[in-house]
Design a protein around this ligand. Structure first.
Ligand code: FES
Length: 617
């Protein structure tokens, strides 16, 4: 790993407002972030804060994702390392007020008057500055340090074709000296910096707050969509916690002194060892082997262990460092073992070719996953039909292995299509799994070679040429079509033809499964559009109801305004978390969704009603 250094240190005395660069030595204490970082917040009057000293949800306070105009305030903090620094706030109209930080609460009348003159009161009361009793008012109860790699921001800037101000990411520590995305390699590591020791435990997911220009206070660049489309995840930056206190300053180098083996989960926030599938993390290639003439299998060790528990049919994403964006691709997991998973990569396309050329045993590899719901339910008793073509053999191999290992008594029929016998990947393994099953048949079509070239095995029915619909139907001969679960993996046209043949023969459409990978796309990165109607439109979900007007924002904003706590993530149409059934009415998107939601549903974070609407409760 290149040697990263601290470029600068920033604290944010008031949640949501701009940061203040820390000069000179900065003290770090175990279990805390920077002193006076997120130590204050502005209560928004929408949700009354009964106990300011306790941690409260950000919905009670002004925060950038929702109140972008607050970044136009100015903030100064004198003598931050002393015991009684003075906080000065400057409103967008130029008026200022100051108070010692310990007194800068609603009792600091000048500051309160300044805020009340600049920000609207909420239904529960006027705005007020509060001093929190917690170590720092983050979006969760624990206080940490957030790190931003300036090289990653530069890479984003290149992809966006526009200036990306690092202040969008509100990091405490800006790093230099790492390659783009090199910060992900810090996850799970224990690092000495200055005379403090930190643990890097979680990547930082990004939401609408990063779409806000940190000076102008307007949403003008869809950073989550940029991340998701070009890099295949929505994370930028990493969090660390202080495990051994000390002093740090700009220019200090970071030195890795340990890794996940010594990581201890000392807070309620998950450590890298308890990661989530969506977290990008650095795995390691522990085995590489050729599989057929055009495929290579890679076993990848996962520091979270999540990939080792992947279900047959799930996939992972590879995010190839050093490759031009979009630098990611999904691969079905072809086998698992404790703490690791195998992918089998055919040389087709830019990312697969780059892996073949330079990914060797021992190399690091940024991964996310496992993902996917098209999986084999081992508890089910339906007959199984697996139809695949080319590299589509990977889910077939994983499912067969799963069935064989479970000593399944289900009837299994396999049909695979390949160009030549030499191109067959994982074939011996597929045949071996079939041979361990009580009632299985294995069919093979070679499209560019005579069937006589097929591997010699008594249970292989080999044919020459593309399979016809009749060939597909032959696989379910003797089975009750209504009791079949079919899994199809191959090119889109092949998948459509097989699906049509099977459903035409009576296999229920809901039991013909085909995974659709989310692939790199170009995305709309500019500012949200203005709503085309002025309303008001009634928005109802169950018993909750509100009148939407343009100033209400998105449907999600409007419903949150009447107390609905709906799931959301990026809030700009990039993650799909906010999808909700649309029962009646019409909507329009103010930001085009990166992945369109299913028919009959809507992403409420980035849409507005164009008539009265009713949504699922
Ligand atoms: S919250 Fe991410 S798409 Fe709506």
């Amino acid at each position: 790993m290149a040697e990263p250094r601290i470029a600068s240190i920033v604290r944010y005395p008031v949640k949501g407002l701009p940061g203040v660069v820390a000069e000179g030595d900065v003290a770090l204490r175990p279990g805390s972030g920077l002193r006076w970082d997120r130590s204050h917040a502005i209560e928004n009057g929408r949700v009354r804060v009964e106990s300011p000293a306790a941690w409260n949800s950000r919905e009670a306070y002004f925060h950038v994702a929702r109140y972008e105009e607050i970044v136009r305030f100015g903030v100064a903090l004198d003598a931050a390392e002393g015991d009684a620094p003075v906080l000065t706030l400057t409103a967008p109209d130029g008026r200022s007020a100051s108070a010692p930080v310990d007194e800068a609460t609603d009792h600091a009348f000048a500051v309160t008057a300044l805020l009340r003159g600049a920000l609207d009161a909420g239904p529960a009361g006027p705005v007020r500055l509060i001093r929190t009793g917690v170590a720092g008012l983050w979006d969760w109860p624990d206080a940490h340090l957030s790190f931003i790699n300036l090289a990653t921001v530069a890479a984003l800037e290149g992809e966006a074709g526009a200036t990306v101000d690092p202040r969008r990411f509100r990091g405490n520590v800006l790093l230099e000296g790492l390659p783009a995305w090199g910060e992900l390699d810090l996850l799970g590591r224990r690092v000495r910096v200055g005379d403090a020791v930190l643990e890097f435990f979680q990547p930082t997911d990004r939401c609408r707050a990063t779409t806000i220009d940190p000076v102008a206070g307007v949403s003008n660049l869809n950073v989550p969509a940029l991340l998701a489309s070009r890099y295949g995840h929505m994370y930028c930056g990493v969090y660390a916690r202080v495990v051994s206190g000390g002093t740090v300053r700009a220019g200090d180098a970071l030195e890795v002194v340990g890794d996940t083996e010594v990581l201890e989960d000392t807070t309620s926030t998950p450590s890298i060892l308890d990661g989530e599938p969506g977290w990008p993390r650095t795995g390691r290639v522990v085995e590489r082997e050729q599989s057929g003439a055009r495929s290579v299998s890679y076993w990848v060790a996962d520091p979270t262990g999540l990939l080792g528990d992947a279900r047959p049919g799930q996939h992972l994403r590879v995010h190839l460092a050093g490759e031009d964006a979009p630098n990611w691709r999904s691969y079905t997991i072809s086998a698992t073992a404790p703490g690791r998973a195998r992918i089998t990569v055919r040389r087709d396309g830019r990312i697969s070719s780059a892996m073949h050329e330079r990914l060797e045993r021992g190399d690091p590899l940024v991964i996310t996953g496992p993902f996917g719901d098209v999986t084999l339910d081992r508890a089910d008793e339906r007959d199984v039909v697996l139809v695949s073509a080319g590299s589509g053999i990977t889910p077939t191999a994983a499912m067969l292995r799963g069935l064989a290992d479970a000593r399944s008594s289900r009837r299994v029929r396999v049909l695979h299509v390949e160009r030549t016998a030499a191109d067959l990947a994982l074939w011996e393994e597929v045949a071996e799994s079939c041979s361990r099953l009580a009632d299985a048949s294995l069919g093979l079509h070679l499209t560019r070679a005579a069937a006589t070239a097929a591997p010699d095995a008594s249970y292989v029915d080999a044919r020459t040429g593309r399979p016809t619909a009749r060939d597909v139907l032959a696989t379910i001969e003797g089975l009750d079509p209504a009791a079949v679960d079919a899994f199809v993996c191959g090119p889109a046209l092949f998948t459509a033809e097989v699906r049509s043949a099977l459903t035409g023969a009576g296999v229920p459409a809901r039991h013909v499964h085909a995974e659709v990978f989310y692939s790199p796309t170009t995305a709309e990165l500019t500012a949200p559009r203005e709503p085309s109607t002025t309303g008001p439109h009634r928005v109802r979900a169950g018993t909750a109801e509100t009148q939407w007007r343009p100033r209400s924002g998105s449907i999600l904003d409007a419903m949150e305004g009447v107390g609905q706590d709906w799931p959301s993530g990026c809030r700009v149409g990039a993650c799909g978390t906010c999808v909700r059934g649309l029962r009646s009415g019409t909507v329009e998107y103010l930001v085009d969704p990166l992945v369109p939601p299913p028919v009959g549903s809507v992403l409420v974070c980035c849409s507005a009603p164009t008539s009265d609407v009713e949504l699922d409760a």
